[in-house]
Design a protein around this ligand. Structure first.
Ligand code: FES
Length: 154
């Protein structure tokens, strides 16, 4: 049932761009934003509807970092490992986040609540080390704050 709904959303996105195959990247970006990843079924649908070979779509989906081919959790957790944050204790922060979420960078929790990733500088070095949860920035959070920030999210 969920797949049927996902494909209906894909069709809507494709229709928004008038079924124009030259808008394929924009179509994939919109789907990525909506679903947080690009499933095989969704890519097949895009291929059929836009009449673009599936191999070409896979090539795009694996070439651009903005696309993900594995499911992401409902909440995005980022730890900055840029130089300024490293100096200010980012490795310790990452350890605390790993301990709290019980997942490592590039992993998603089994209950699909969280996906953890690392980044290189978010442009707010003075706040470092920086934790971003669902685009909410937290500078130098304590273990207690990390627990509060994450437990507040279903
Ligand atoms: S190094 Fe982390 S925000 Fe710049």
């Amino acid at each position: 049932m969920q797949m049927v709904q996902e494909l209906a959303e894909v069709d809507e996105i494709i229709a928004k761009y008038g079924g124009d195959k030259s808008a394929i990247i924009q179509v994939l970006l919109d789907i990525q934003r909506e679903h947080r990843w690009l499933s095989k079924g969704v890519l097949k649908e895009v291929s059929q509807k836009l009449e673009v070979p599936l191999s070409q779509i896979y090539h795009l989906a694996t070439f651009y970092k903005a696309f993900g081919l594995i499911p992401k959790g409902r909440h995005s957790v980022l730890v900055c490992l840029g130089t300024a944050c490293q100096v200010r204790g980012a490795p310790r922060l990452l350890d605390k986040v790993i301990e709290t979420l019980k997942i490592r960078p590039s992993e998603t929790s089994a209950d699909m609540r969280f996906s953890l990733d690392t980044v290189n500088c978010l442009g707010c070095c003075a706040l470092g080390p920086v934790l971003v949860v669902d685009e909410e920035y937290h500078g130098k959070p304590s273990t207690k704050e990390i627990q509060e920030i994450t437990t507040a999210r279903e």
